[in-house]
Write a protein that binds this ligand. Structure first.
Ligand SMILES: NC(=O)c1ccc[n+]([C@@H]2O[C@H](COP(=O)([O-])OP(=O)(O)OC[C@H]3O[C@@H](n4cnc5c(N)ncnc54)[C@H](O)[C@@H]3O)[C@@H](O)[C@H]2O)c1
Length: 251
């Protein structure tokens, strides 16, 4: 098969233009993978593009589109296949958040969060899996959820529901796509954005004495994508939060 002749592995990452998604993209570029990114922030994609060294440009595809738009996701994969010929892994990372008093939350606002955070993950998997099966034969999906799938603060209904939905989607897909494709989720706690600075007190509330780094998540994604390291793991979620979900707080 022609496609199998293309040895360099390929990962598709949604929301890879900045912060956690970008960190994951850079990690896989460093590891010698080809990386396709879909992100709806044109400005962030442009900033990312100018920082990529010329020799790395052949290894990256930057596509400006919305993951909740079936046409955009489909066109992204067409371009990815045209450029790299194969697909081995998908990282669903693009999401929107935002707190809003529950009684002020409109149906449209609720739907937008579910559309991006849950339907977007479905679309990336639904349209990407046939390409993995056709070109690489086997692969892995990593869905970025949140500790807010497991616990909440007030005014977080849409985001928490979308992130909990991702955990259900993850174990359902693991059942549907095994044995060739493993599917796992990651629930990050507080992961500092690029250039974000927080107080000593905010750091020290974590059992680890510090908040999370983008590299912490990227490392776990790599572990879950790599068959050699995690080949017996599927359908699971992994909390990476400095212990915050194990810390009892009554006041
Ligand atoms: N940073 C944290 O503390 C934290 C904690 C828990 C979970 N997470 C999860 O990690 C993931 C990344 O978070 P982050 O902090 O890097 O967020 P971020 O907002 O900095 O980055 C998200 C990226 O997704 C893109 N995006 C958003 N909606 C999109 C859409 N409809 N189509 C295409 N691209 C879209 C954005 O443009 C952005 O580049 C998200 O799933 C988030 O819910 C983050």
């Amino acid at each position: 098969m022609i496609q199998r002749a293309h040895k360099k592995r390929v990962i598709a990452i949604s929301g890879g233009a900045k912060n956690i998604g970008k960190g994951i993209a850079l990690k896989f570029l460093e590891l010698g993978w080809n990386v396709g990114i879909i992100d709806f922030d044109k400005h962030a994609l442009g900033e990312f593009d100018v920082k990529i060294p010329e020799e790395a440009k052949k290894s990256i595809l930057l596509y400006n589109g919305d993951v909740s738009d079936e046409y955009a996701v489909s066109e992204f994969y067409i371009k990815l296949k045209e450029k790299f010929y194969r697909l081995d892994a998908i990282v669903n990372n693009a999401a929107i958040g935002g707190f809003k008093n529950f009684l002020d939350l409109s149906l449209n606002e609720w739907r937008r969060v579910i559309d991006v955070n849950l339907t977007g993950y479905f679309l990336m998997a639904r349209l990407g899996v046939p390409i993995i099966l056709e070109t690489a034969g086997r692969g892995s999906i990593v869905n970025i959820s949140s500790t807010r799938a497991l616990m909440s603060e007030p005014g977080n209904e849409a985001y928490s529901a979308s992130k909990a939905g991702i955990l259900g989607l993850t174990h359902a897909l693991a059942n549907s796509l095994g044995p060739n494709i493993r599917v796992n989720a990651i629930c990050p706690g507080w992961i500092l954005h690029e250039d974000e600075i927080i107080s000593e007190r905010e750091h020290l509330q974590h059992l680890t004495g510090r908040a999370g780094r983008i590299a912490d998540v990227a490392e776990l994604v790599y572990f879950l994508v790599d068959d050699e390291r995690s080949g017996f793991i599927t359908g699971q979620y992994f909390v990476i939060d400095g212990g915050m979900t194990k810390k009892m707080i009554y006041i």
